[in-house]
Design a protein around this ligand. Structure first.
Ligand SMILES: C[S@@+](CC[C@H](N)C(=O)[O-])C[C@H]1O[C@@H](n2cnc3c(N)ncnc32)[C@H](O)[C@@H]1O
Length: 203
């Protein structure tokens, strides 16, 4: 990941090696820290929470963006391949566990938000990106499970394309049949991924 970031390096950014458990920065040197989909990868969470507290100034903020095992997002591919959802869920901690991780290092939770963003402009684009296996759940599955899921998704996405075409043939959408119309509209809404942001402030 760092090598890829360096290949597109921004002049205002320093790309330092090490980990959340060993941050190569002096005490109280940061106004804020952001962990974006990182917390479920950290092996020594206690050390990382302490280390973040060391480098963030008093009054500074830590933003933690994470999925939680008890608040999994309603991602479209999980509707088609529920066994992938179970694997993905297994990677994450519950919201209470994450809160405890930081409370244990004397961080205070000051706010919590749920955000939705548009990951791709269309279902087709989102599906093409998914085929690159950009998320770590694929590392926790056998190749058979991955391929069976993609085969089912391919069948489902051609069905959706056919349904969309059929919908366009109707002047009055309700004439297409309510369940058909509702199904197609749901799929076409933009495929957002919903996650939680936890803002934590140092006392
Ligand atoms: C899902 S990626 C997210 C990357 C990036 N934040 C983004 O949103 O594109 C998880 C990242 O966590 C990093 N990571 C894993 N263990 C870590 C640790 N102990 N400390 C800091 N980063 C870690 C991995 O190198 C990987 O880049």
């Amino acid at each position: 990941m760092r090598a890829q970031a360096l290949a597109h390096a921004h002049p205002a950014v320093t790309y330092a090696a090490r980990s959340a458990e060993h941050i190569p920065l002096p005490d109280a040197s940061c106004d804020a820290a952001l962990l974006f989909f990182v917390w479920h990868h950290v092996a020594d969470r206690e050390a990382a929470a302490q280390e973040l507290r060391r480098v963030v100034k008093p009054g500074g903020k830590l933003f933690v963006q994470a999925n939680f095992s008890d608040r999994m997002p309603d991602t479209w591919w999980f509707r088609v391949v529920p066994e992938w959802r179970r694997v993905d869920q297994g990677q994450f901690r519950s919201e209470e566990e994450v809160k405890r991780d930081f409370a244990g290092a004397a961080w205070t939770l000051v706010s919590r938000d749920e955000v939705t963003w548009l990951r791709s402009a269309s279902l087709t684009e989102d599906f093409e990106r998914l085929k690159l296996r950009p998320v770590s759940m694929f590392e926790h599955m056998t190749e058979d499970v991955v391929e069976a899921g993609f085969a089912r998704l391919a069948r489902a996405s051609s069905l959706v394309t056919a349904l969309r075409r059929r919908r366009e043939q109707y002047k009055n959408p309700s004439a297409a049949g309510q369940s058909l119309w509702v199904g197609v509209r749901d799929w076409g809404r933009g495929h957002p991924s919903q996650t939680c942001v936890t803002h934590v402030i140092r006392p």
